[in-house]
Every structure is written in C-alpha cells, then in structure tokens.
Design a protein around this ligand. Structure first.
Ligand code: GUN
Ligand code: ZN
Length: 445
C-alpha cells in the first residue's frame, strides 16, 4: 500500500476531443510543466504545476519526471492473450493461419496452468509497453478467462475480456459443444468476473465464419441481458473471409448486417479490422455507436488489406476508432510501434496522420471505441489514474531525433516512429507504479 495522494510532475498531454473531427490544436491538451494529482486510484487534478502545487495536502511527495511526457495509459482495443506465443508465425493469409497456428495454440488453454503462465506474461508485457487497458480475446475454455482476469486483478488493470464463442468451421476440440452451453458458461463467467476489481466482461463471438446463426443469436441476447458488458468480434478482415460470410448468411445484405441482425451493434461493441466495408456498413457502425479497432501490423503481416482511416473518420458519419495490436496476428504488443504502421497504412491510402492523431487513437480513441470514455484514456479529473511516462531520449536514436524538437506534436510523431517499450519509462496503474523500465542496458538502444 502506498500514500493516498500521488502527485507527478512532468509535461502532460491528453485529448479532450477527436482531432480527426476538430483539429490537433483543439483536441490536444498540453501542459509543459504540469502536475497530475491522484487520489484513491483516480485523477483529481491535472494542470500547471505552479497553479496546483500549493493545494497539495501537506507532506505530499511530488515525483518529478523531468523532460518526460506524461500521457494517459495506452489502450489496446483488440488483442488475443492466447496467441502471445505464436506471434510472428509464418503462414498464408488469415483462414489458413488460423487453422495452422492459432487453433492448435488455443487448444492448449484448456490447461489452467498453461493459461496462467501465458496470462502473467501477457499482462506484464502490456505494462512494459505502456498499455493499461485492453480488450482481450481468450479461448473457448472458461479456465482461459479465469486465468486472465486473475492476473489482471492482481495488477489492478482495467481489462475487458471474454470466452470465445465458436461452434463451426474449426477443429472440434476447440469448438463449443452447443450454443446454449456456451451461453451458460459465459453467464457464469460474467457472474464471477464482471465488475470484480476493474475487470469487465466482453461477449466474444469469434467471427461470423465460426458461429452458427444460433450462436450469434445467443451472443446478442447475452450481451443485452448484461448491461455494462462489452461485445467484441472480427469484421471484414480478409477478402476470402468476407466471401465465406456472404455464402453462409445469404439473407443478410453485408457483413455488418450479419452482426446487426443478431443485435451485436452498439456502444461497447468493438469490431476488429473493418478493412473491407462498403459505405452502408460504415454508416451503420457510426449510427449504432459501435467501435472499430484498426490493427495495422496484423493487416500487413497477414496481407489482409489497408484500413481506411478516412472512411472511419468521415465527418458525416464518424466511427469510434482505436488502435489494436491484434497479437498474435499483429507482430507485437507495442502501441508505439503500431502507430508507426498505422501512419504508413494511412500514407499509402492518402490519409497520413499526425503524431497527435496517432496518440489520440491509442488513448481516447480506444476508450471511445470500448465505450469507456470518462473512465480511462484521459488525464482529465475524474478519470482513473492510469498513465505512462514516456522518455523522448530513451534511445540514442530518439535522443538525437528529439533533441531539437520544438513542438509536442513533433515529439509525439517521433515517439510514434522510433519508440517501443524502451521509451516507456514508467507505467502507472490506479495511481501506482506498475512498471519501471530497467536502467542502462535498455537505454543503450
Ligand atoms: N478472425 C477470427 N479469429 C481471428 C483471430 O484469432 N485473429 C485474427 N486476426 N482474425 C480472426
Ligand atoms: Zn483478432
């Protein structure tokens, strides 16, 4: 246990709005010499050091992160902890890769001990990379969910996760035995974990290809029966997948309509990838308040396609959008490295993003996609006290690049291209240090 009040001094940066819909200047809050004050796991004040230091309770120790940037904890709205150990496995495109690497690995998560060791590794690596909130896919086995929630609760992290629902088109030892049994197992997990510590349950149909109509129907019913839970699935990642969905659901007008039909759209529902969508689908995602996770390292690794941030952020029908790693389809848990790839994908699609835009996606954007804005993803008072301290001179390359950097926008842009876990000096969860980068060896670059 630590002190009730934590005060951190440094350069504060967070977002009060969506820069894609306003402007970088209007959306970014930046306080060069700032103070962040936390009490009982929440942010109680954030502003200029000179304005706030006088009102601290007597005896409060101020930790000074001189020359470093303090930002909201990063948010990964799409990642599979059960695929941590198959990241970077050579294969063909999505459907072949799932059968060859993903499904055999996920079968191992019927074993509670294996699940626990992977969950511990995963949570530690999230924190090392500055990620404090994630929306996580587990395996079909309830013990795989127990393991993750136990490790997340131990670290005090705000994690949303759920048991994968799947009842066709995969090896039988991974499939649910029936939709109703999957429903009951999910409901038992909701009772056991939702709202325990900071854990949130997420109803998790794998994707339409692996779910029968009945499974999707029950997934929608389960989500609606438990307000406050999230929903997550995959959407239009790969062209062959989209073709299969068209054949499996001939009565639906498109892929979004499949999930819509079963009641799976809405605030708190996150759709990963969203690479191959038509205009109607983007509009439906927007008007329903659904979120999408842009997963550039995965989409490049699996050759899935190039996400259109321009379509997602069309001011006529903007969609809540975050930046996901999609490990193990994605190639790493670092959202800083993921930003670099998001920029390159945007560049190829004629929609290059600023450093402000990239960091927005990895913080407030992710929170909005998950329906958690006001809770995480911001340094505004009232939010939970999850934040990262980034070191713009963590490596020789970063130090050289940022030495004469004159704007915070440029600093953020550089961190989004040259940064990785070495740039994460500290990660705070609930106002307490949950990770501190080791000295020297890491700093050598
Ligand atoms: N579609 C269905 N399952 C998966 C998965 O595990 N990873 C990715 N990237 N896409 C999927
Ligand atoms: Zn995925």
């Amino acid at each position: 246990s630590g002190p009730a009040v934590t005060a951190v001094r440094g350069s504060l940066a967070w977002f009060s709005d969506d820069p894609f819909l306003t402007s970088d200047d209007r959306a970014l809050e930046y306080v060069e010499d700032g103070l962040l004050v936390c009490r009982d796991g929440r942010i109680t004040a954030s502003g200029r050091y000179g304005d706030l230091v006088g009102s601290l309770p007597p005896g409060t120790a101020v930790v000074h992160h001189r020359g470093k940037l303090v930002l909201p904890g990063l948010i990964d709205p799409h990642v599979h902890y059960v695929q941590t150990r198959i990241t970077g496995s050579y294969g063909e495109e999505l459907l072949d890769w799932l059968q060859r690497y993903v499904y055999p690995e996920e079968v191992r998560f019927a074993d509670a001990a294996y699940a626990r060791s992977c969950a511990a590794l995963f949570c530690d690596q999230l924190l090392r990379n500055g990620t404090t909130t994630a929306l996580v896919g587990c395996a079909t086995f309830p013990v795989s969910v127990d393991a993750l929630f136990e490790e997340a609760a131990r670290r005090g992290m705000r994690i949303a996760a759920g048991k994968v629902l799947m009842d066709r088109n995969a090896r039988t030892d991974l499939l649910d035995r029936s939709p109703i049994r999957a429903y009951e197992e999910s409901e038992a997990l909701i009772r056991r974990w939702h709202g325990v510590g900071r854990n949130l349950y997420a109803v998790t149909p794998r994707f339409a290809v692996a779910c029968t109509d009945e499974m999707l129907r029950l997934a929608g019913r389960l989500w609606h029966a438990h307000p406050g839970t999230l929903a997550q699935t995959h959407l239009a990642e790969n062209r062959e997948e989209v073709g299969q969905v068209r054949e499996l659901f001939p009565d639906r007008r498109d892929y979004v309509d499949v999930y819509d039909h079963f009641g799976l759209l809405g605030r708190g529902a996150v759709f990963a990838h969203a690479v191959h969508l038509n205009g109607r689908e983007w509009r439906r995602l927007s008007e329903s308040g659904s979120g999408v996770a842009h997963c550039p390292t995965s989409n490049l690794f699996l050759g899935s396609g190039l996400f259109s941030a321009r379509a997602a952020k069309d001011p006529r029908h903007p969609v809540r959008t975050g930046l996901g790693t999609d490990v193990g389809g994605g190639t790493g848990l670092s959202l800083l490295e993921t930003m670099g790839e998001a920029y390159k994908v945007g560049r190829l699609r004629g929609f290059p993003m600023s450093g402000v835009g990239l960091f927005y996606l990895a913080t407030l954007g992710g929170a909005q996609a998950m329906g958690l804005e006001g809770t995480v993803g911001s340094l505004a008072p009232g939010n939970e006290a999850d934040f990262v301290v980034l070191d713009p001179s963590a490596t020789p390359m970063l130090a050289a690049r940022t030495a004469e950097s004159e704007t915070v926008g440029d600093l953020l842009f550089a961190l989004g291209h040259l940064g990785d876990d070495r740039a994460v000096a500290l990660t705070y969860v609930g106002g307490r240090v949950a990770h501190e980068r080791g000295p020297c060896r890491d700093a050598e670059g």
